[in-house]
Ligand binder design. Structure first.
Ligand code: FAD
Length: 564
């Protein structure tokens, strides 16, 4: 017997559920309600309309209701908001914004995919500013047209998450002056602080006024006022400070919310009502690493959850393996990907961990387009289980992080990373890929072959005037070096090591950490016991120090920066 399925929300999760339901049941009735004027648009591509990479706003819409009807016999009703759910009678009440009428529709199964709403705090003077959000096609079209019609002297983006970053980038690409205000000390909180400094530099180098550690406290006409007292003259403001799950309908229907405030679902994405499922940004999901629920507002999970729901409705077995959170973002010429847990999360969770930070080339070094790749892998102690990774570079960072994301899902340890067989030819990577290389370093660290300190600690070491040993070649040292560092090139170390004191800690670095690792092993073999490799080397230190040096005016700890 045919069934009747209703879906609330017609974009990522909603449209995906509808299409899969149709594939599994030709005779069923499927109605998808969308309160906005468009179904099935690409949220993720919205910012790219601002730069003109996606020329027409209409191109953001992937499928019209007529196509849903014609190709899939799915009744996609736009401008139709589901305003309440009557669980007892298994029907919803719908408001049609075009006709103004309200009507009821019954269901056998109901799927909620209402997404999330943009946070909009009640900031003083907000009515005086030209405030925009970027959530759907209507929003981006409005913002783009306003900018074109008014030609603002400056646009302020509030919030340094991935939407804020993408909006900022596309506005710059379109030739606008942009300020980015971020309340936290860094943008893109999924990355650890030292990693993100590469991006802070990139943002600054592209002419954006990047303001961190400060927040908007008031707006005035064409003016954004920050907590620090700084005022930004700006005729347009894009708010992207975060989102909250859209739970009003679920709450009205008495569905259970989880402790994160999102809709609680079981492993089959069923709510506490056996006939109502929920997916996407509105729900909380199980994090396999923290063994706790969290909110994961990403398109991939929403699409796959929706498919699973359709399968479950049709009695097909689904496997919910839990989530770890993997994402990637482009920041001008850099790409930045992350998966799993970062150090901040691990500190909060009180999990014993260690990490490696390496800066290899992403392709064979002599290839013309080989680029530096900042790569961090975090693992549990003492098991070596991989917990997270972050990669930032101009090349394909997503490949490395995708490999680690897969490894995490299969419970890999750092020892497993060493021997993973990954594709290689010079235009693509290196024979020992960055992933293998991170596995070697992490495995050595885990098994006690050497000790390290982070680039984060170098300023403190310089200020304490400890023994820092630079093992690069003299020509490199002469271009730029850490103040106070002694130089003994690795090529001379075996002849000159006795110049190095044995009774104090020795902190060794080269350009990126590889030669210094060899130097550490040599010194250890000569009886030195307090030798530490400075992870990331001189390059890491330059990247880490640059943004704060430039924005705070503090004394640099390097004679010059060298990013080559
Ligand atoms: P949505 O796709 O947001 O769909 C929910 C829909 O439900 C909305 O259209 C809403 O109008 C409708 N709705 C809500 N309540 C009702 C109601 N009561 N009745 C009828 N309709 C209702 N994720 C990535 O993984 N990678 C990216 O690069 C990426 N970039 C993004 C860029 C931007 C600018 C934005 C806004 C999001 C981006 N995302 C990205 C996030 C991704 O789009 C979301 O995680 C995903 O769309 C969530 O799917 P969903 O179905 O839960 O919600």
């Amino acid at each position: 017997m045919s069934k009747k399925y209703l879906i609330v929300g017609g974009v990522a999760g909603g449209a995906s559920a509808a299409a899969r339901l149709r594939r599994l049941g030709e005779e069923d009735q499927i109605i998808m309600f969308e309160k906005g004027p468009n179904v099935s648009f690409s949220n993720c591509c919205l910012p790219y309309h601002l730069s003109g990479q996606i020329k027409n706003a209409e191109d953001l819409v992937l499928m019209e209701p007529a196509t849903f009807k014609g190709q899939y016999n799915i009744d996609a009703r736009v401008n139709s908001e589901v305003i309440s759910i009557d669980r007892e009678n298994k029907e919803v009440e719908v408001k049609n914004f075009e006709s103004g009428e309200t009507y009821k529709e019954s269901y056998d199964k109901l799927i909620l995919s209402p997404g999330a709403r943009a946070l909009m705090p009640p900031i003083m003077g907000i009515e005086k500013a030209n405030i925009f959000i970027v959530k759907n096609v209507v929003d981006i079209d409005k913002l783009n047209k306003f900018i074109h019609n008014t030609n603002p002297s400056r646009i302020t983006v509030v919030g340094g998450g991935f939407i804020g970053i993408e909006v900022m980038e596309n506005l710059v690409e379109a030739g606008h002056e942009v300020s980015l205000v971020q309340a936290l000390p860094q943008v893109l909180d999924q990355f650890d602080y030292e990693m993100v400094q590469i991006l802070h530099k990139e943002i600054m180098d592209n002419g954006v006024e990047l303001i961190v550690n400060d927040k908007v406290t008031a707006f005035d006409t064409n003016k954004v006022i920050l907590e620090s007292g700084k005022e930004i003259v700006s005729e347009v403001v894009v708010m992207s400070i975060g989102i909250a799950p859209e739970t009003a309908l679920a709450e009205q229907a008495g569905l259970t919310l989880g402790k994160t405030g999102a809709i609680k679902v079981d492993p089959n994405f069923l709510t506490n009502d056996p006939d109502i499922y929920a997916v996407g940004d509105a729900i909380e999901v199980y994090n396999v690493l923290t063994q706790d629920n969290f909110k994961l507002s990403l398109a991939g999970p929403a699409l796959k959850q929706a498919r699973s729901v359709a399968d479950h409705i049709h009695g097909k077995p689904i496997q919910n393996t839990g989530y770890i959170g993997s994402s990637v973002v482009k920041v001008f010429d850099y790409n930045a990907a992350s998966t799993g847990l970062n150090e901040k999360a691990l500190v909060n969770l009180n999990i014993d961990y260690d990490w490696v930070e390496i800066i290899p080339k992403d392709k064979v070094g002599i290839m013309p387009d080989a680029e530096m790749l900042g790569f961090k892998v975090i693992f549990e102690k003492p098991t070596g289980r991989v917990l997270g990774a972050q990669a930032i570079g101009r090349g394909n960072v997503d490949k490395r992080v995708d490999v680690i994301a897969t490894a995490i899902k299969f419970g890999a340890t750092v020892d497993h990373l060493r021997d993973l067989e990954l594709c290689y030819a010079p235009p693509f990577g290196t024979g020992k890929d960055a992933v293998n290389f991170a596995g070697y370093v992490a495995s050595n660290l885990l098994h006690g072959a050497f000790k390290q300190v982070s680039m984060r600690e170098v300023r403190d070491l310089v200020e304490k005037d400890v023994y820092i040993l630079d093992v690069r070649e003299m020509a490199e040292y002469e271009v730029a070096h850490i103040k106070n560092a002694k130089i003994i090139p690795l090529s001379q170390l075996r002849d000159r090591y006795e110049e190095i004191p044995k009774d104090v800690p020795v902190y060794v670095h080269c350009r990126s950490g590889q030669r210094s690792y060899n130097a550490v092993l040599t010194l250890q073999s000569k009886g030195y016991t307090q030798v530490f490799n400075i992870s990331g080397g001189f390059l890491g230190v330059c990247c880490y120090e640059y943004f704060n040096d430039k924005t705070t005016g503090r004394e640099p700890i390097v004679t010059e920066y060298d990013f080559d």
